[in-house]
Design a binder for this molecule. Structure first.
Ligand code: TEU
Length: 610
């Protein structure tokens, strides 16, 4: 486990598990800051913005893949784990980034993508060269099957994440290889101990030896596949390939593999680990990954909440499914409470590079007022939840999805285009229209638009006259970091406020227990957080645990809010307003009363910090 003291420059010494209190910030290198005018973000550009991150309150930078890659899946197809994609910089640039973080008391983690490599990786080139090559078994090869007419068929009927089969025919060696994602991403064979040892040495220790502090571990529950490779049940009768995540998620040896990674690599380096755990919706399945005693991972991303709105993860993923606030609240409650009484830990996040922007999906970006109010409500929501908080670049200034008016030509993502091309090929106009509608809300592309730094051409992401790899949002003149840095009551200013409060009241907001109120209310999102700190009689009415009431109007209309002072053990009007999304406002005579659209407030039962 990543256990060491975390000495924050502000004198705050974190607990032995420093990563529980730290604020992580995901940087998507292609879209953060271009320093050399080629239209792609790069590491020197990121280094030039480290103080911006530090002043925001970021403790750890998570850098999405910057390794050598053909970039067919934006770097999640790695052809050399020990080299940096030239447009992003060099290994020495990563060293400089590590130093820039450490000199400010910050840390750096990288993205570990070891379920698969690029098909251009030398390991795969060797593996495919012949059936007898020593690395043949480092990937998953199977002979073809044939149908009754003698037509060659893949070994199973599994559908991949980017549409199509999970098997690709290799003429050179006359076999199929497995690729859960693109044909350019052949799956590594974790059953082979030599292959695992090489992954630990080449992809992990190389960077840990250079001072990197840990990893976000891609597809962390997919390394152990069903080794009998059965066909999946036919759940989509009109499709050739069938969804089959149960064939590779949480497989028979997955905990053995992750435990081995922890004991052989992460633990000895005291490296922090956060795993991407998709398709694992039951807490009983998740706890084994994050129980400290299990010595597997420090924490994981669980996707039930962030997946809201998507259809089934395969064929219908981009056919938008509206959802009720009560559904979102139930997911939050499940994952806020599943570690109670355990030695597990969790994460808090609502954006990443694989999803649409939170303010467009869970807030309301239809007018400036509603955009600002809902972006702040989302900030308050995230900052008051238990677990390690992860922010995604641009979330802190309320960046939104690309305009609905933009055409499919602005979507660059292999997954978006895989699904779009599949429905176009079907000729089903209704599905084409539904998929376009869904992409406009859910596509991974929305989070990959260039960061909006200021109102100069290209939003300050790249110098004037350069064509960024993705189009800059039309709204950048009004929505950018520079503008918000000047306004204390901006979305950015509010994030800074609530990140400070999150740490000041860490016993409540980071470590506190969570109790959802009014689960069926489809307008208000309300919960109580109770301190886990030992009750200190000097800190308030003796015996009374410090607790906070979070009340948020998650609609675009005025809503009444009942008196909830009793939920804090207070008499009506006794509760103390800690923060409101409407600067300096919000009732100080109790929480009851009208709440503006997207207004959020936090009340305490008492406050010992002033
Ligand atoms: O995503 C893994 C994963 O679970 C995917 O199904 C992902 O959730 C889905 O594509 C979201 O739309 C990781 C990376 O986050 C993703 O960017 C990569 O494309 C994928 O692995 C392959 O490396």
């Amino acid at each position: 486990m990543g256990s060491n003291f975390f000495h924050h420059p502000d004198g705050w010494v974190g607990p032995t598990q420093w990563w529980k209190d730290a604020v992580f910030y995901q940087v998507y290198p292609a879209s953060f800051k271009d320093s050399n005018g080629d239209g792609w973000g790069d590491i020197p550009g990121l280094i030039s913005k480290i103080d911006y991150l530090h002043q925001l309150g970021v403790d750890v930078v998570w850098l999405s893949p910057m390794f050598e890659s053909p970039q067919k899946d934006m770097g999640y197809d790695i052809s050399d784990y020990q080299a940096v994609y030239a447009r992003y910089g060099t290994v020495e640039d990563v060293d400089r980034l590590t130093a820039a973080c450490h000199s400010r008391g910050m840390k750096l983690i990288l993205d570990l993508v070891v379920n698969h490599t690029s098909d251009q990786h030398p390991w795969f080139q060797e593996s495919r060269s012949s059936l007898s090559n020593p690395k043949r078994d480092w990937y998953i090869w199977k002979p073809p099957r044939y149908d009754s007419d003698g037509n060659r068929m893949p070994p199973t009927n599994w559908r991949g994440y980017f549409a199509g089969s999970t098997w690709t025919w290799d003429d050179q060696s006359q076999e199929y290889y497995l690729n859960l994602y693109g044909p350019f991403q052949p799956d590594l064979n974790w059953e082979n101990p030599e292959c695992r040892a090489a992954i630990y040495e080449v992809a992990m220790r190389f960077w840990l030896d250079r001072g990197v502090d840990g990893f976000r571990i891609d597809t962390v529950n997919k390394y152990s596949k069903r080794t009998d490779f059965p066909d999946a049940p036919v759940t989509c009768p009109d499709a050739v390939h069938q969804p089959a995540p149960e064939m590779w998620c949480n497989g028979p040896r997955i905990h053995e593999f992750i435990h081995e990674m922890q004991t052989q690599v992460l633990g000895p380096y005291k490296a922090v680990s956060v795993g991407e755990l998709s398709n694992t919706p039951h807490p009983s399945q998740v706890l084994p990954y994050v129980s400290a005693a299990a010595r597997e991972l420090d924490m994981v991303f669980e996707f039930s909440m962030i997946r809201l709105g998507t259809g089934d993860l395969f064929h219908g993923k981009y056919v938008y499914q509206p959802f009720a606030l009560s559904t979102l609240k139930r997911h939050v409650a499940t994952w806020q409470t599943f570690i109670a009484g355990t030695d597990g830990w969790h994460t808090v996040f609502c954006e990443n590079h694989d999803n649409g922007r939170a303010v467009s999906r869970f807030g309301d970006d239809s007018t400036t007022e509603l955009w600002e109010a809902s972006a702040k409500a989302i900030a308050l929501w995230q900052a008051t939840l238990t677990g390690t908080l992860f922010l995604y670049q641009g979330q802190e200034i309320g960046m939104t999805n690309m305009p609905a008016s933009w055409g499919i030509e602005e979507y660059k993502d292999v997954e978006s285009l895989g699904f779009y091309n599949e429905v176009v090929a079907s000729g089903d106009e209704k599905r084409i229209a539904a998929t376009l509608h869904g992409l406009r809300i859910l596509a991974r592309d929305h989070s990959r638009l260039p960061f909006q730094w200021d109102d100069s051409p290209n939003a300050g992401f790249a110098i004037e006259g350069v064509r960024p790899w993705m189009r800059v949002h039309d709204q950048y003149r009004e929505l950018n970091a520079a503008k918000q840095l000047k306004e204390s009551d901006s979305v950015l200013g509010f994030y800074k406020t609530v990140l400070k409060l999150r740490k000041e009241y860490r016993d409540l907001f980071i470590h506190g227990t969570f109790r959802l109120l009014a689960p069926d209310d489809e307008s208000l999102f309300m919960y109580v957080k109770e301190s886990t700190a030992p009750v200190d009689p000097l800190s308030g009415p003796s015996g009374l645990r410090r607790s906070a009431l979070v009340v948020m109007n998650f609609t675009s209309h005025v809503q009444g809010c009942p008196d909830l002072s009793h939920e804090l053990g207070c008499r009506k009007g006794e509760e103390r307003l800690l923060v409101s999304t409407f600067k300096g406002e919000g009732s100080s005579s109790g929480n009851a009363g009208e709440m503006r659209p997207w207004e959020g407030r936090v009340y305490l039962n008492f406050d010992s910090s002033n």
